[in-house]
Design a protein around this ligand. Structure first.
Ligand code: ZN
Length: 380
């Protein structure tokens, strides 16, 4: 494929406004593109205007290499902070600017073009490459959850997630839990607090006990760093001279193998059960999202091959690292078989920021790197 067309494809999908939805328009665009090259696709509906996309090339064999990328992007934020329209991709200084340029329409486009070029070149593939393009990654990894539940990842033997890692390969990332604690009490006039039950007091006790548990000791992992616990939102009460009868706090936790999701949720439950029993509170825990720690082997086939090929092609060291964020991998690892995953895609430090961009050279390099990784992995 011509270089200009590769750049145009990326611009085209940046220009599709898939902010936490509307991923079907991206899936439709990619379907049309694949079809031009005689490649069939399957769209898996999640909701209205929200389709995942599954595409396979290659032959039956013992290996299935999955390429995965999400089609949604986050909101652009304050438009005044952008130099150009976030949904009109702009090419300047060797970069492409726009929402999703980095996270992660460049990774997605690179994977799609890799598959098309392998078909065009009639590359011999002893196995399959399977694209799993997802919806709703940014708001709970909805598409990967659905595709995994419906069995689309069951035959995968290795996976590359094209999230922006730049010239690094991620083989392990933290888990993430969103939780809320609500509390029910009784309203009364604030001059007569004995007639009411002040639930803000109750929540503050939970807050203190949880901080003691999760923050007093530093739990850490060599690759992933520290366990992180934060209450990030709090609301309650209705009027300044009324005892509050309703209050809620919410928080986000980043887990590591040393203090994993299961242990964390059990501990939250324990703190709440203790308070409810000891003091007859009515605290209730809700787990809004529970994304597992992803810990692939550092020396898996796919990690070793990717590093070797990337270093040869790019001519610089490409280290294997862990990272704090979560990705669709947290859902895909729930598939029937266990398989190693790496996160490796074009990009930099600009995801979710104004003037997000990707280097064109980095984007084009990754297509070559993906092609060689796929051939090496499937044929050796
Ligand atoms: Zn992303």
């Amino acid at each position: 494929m011509e270089k200009a067309k590769k750049i145009q494809i990326l611009k085209d999908i940046i220009n599709i406004k898939s902010v936490n939805g509307n991923e079907k328009a991206v899936a439709d665009y990619l379907t049309k593109l694949f079809n031009e090259y005689g490649i069939e696709t399957q769209q898996v509906a999640y909701d209205t205007n929200r389709d995942n996309l599954v595409v396979e090339i290659g032959t039956e064999g013992s290996k299935v290499l999955a390429f995965s990328g999400h089609m949604d992007v986050v909101a652009p934020g304050n438009l005044a902070d952008w130099t150009t329209d976030p949904f009109a991709a702009d090419e300047r200084d060797g970069n492409i600017y726009g929402r999703g340029a980095c996270d992660m329409k460049s990774g997605l486009a690179a994977m799609v073009i890799t598959m098309i070029e392998l078909v065009q070149e009639k590359a011999e593939l002893n196995g399959k490459i399977k694209l799993l393009a997802t919806v709703g990654e940014e708001v709970g990894e909805l598409g990967s959850e659905q595709l995994t539940r419906e069995g689309y990842a069951d035959d995968v033997t290795s996976m590359i997630i094209g999230e922006p890692s730049g010239y690094h390969i991620i083989y392990s990332h933290q888990g993430s839990i969103n939780f809320s604690v609500s509390s029910k009490g009784k309203s009364s006039h604030s001059s007569m607090p004995k007639l009411g039950i002040n639930v803000i007091d109750h929540l503050v006790e939970f807050y203190t006990r949880a901080n003691n548990e999760f923050r007093k000791t530093v739990y850490t992992n060599d690759v992933l760093g520290d366990f992180i616990y934060n209450v990030t939102m709090i609301s309650g009460g209705e009027q300044i001279n009324s005892i509050p009868e309703k209050a809620t706090l919410e928080g986000n936790i980043r887990t590591i193998p040393e203090y994993d999701n299961q242990k964390t949720v059990a501990k939250l439950n324990e703190i709440i059960d203790d308070l409810n029993k000891e003091k007859e509170y009515h605290l209730e825990l809700t787990i809004e999202a529970n994304k597992l720690v992803v810990k692939s082997e550092r020396d898996s086939d796919i990690a070793t091959i990717a590093q070797k090929i990337a270093e040869t092609k790019i001519g610089q060291k490409v280290p294997l690292l862990g990272m704090p964020g979560t990705t669709d991998a947290a859902e895909f690892i729930k598939a029937k078989n266990t398989f190693p995953i790496i996160v490796f895609g074009p990009g930099n430090e600009t995801p979710h920021q104004a003037n997000e961009y990707v280097g064109i050279a980095n984007y084009l390099d990754m297509i070559e790197v993906y092609k060689e990784i796929a051939k090496d992995y499937l044929n050796h």
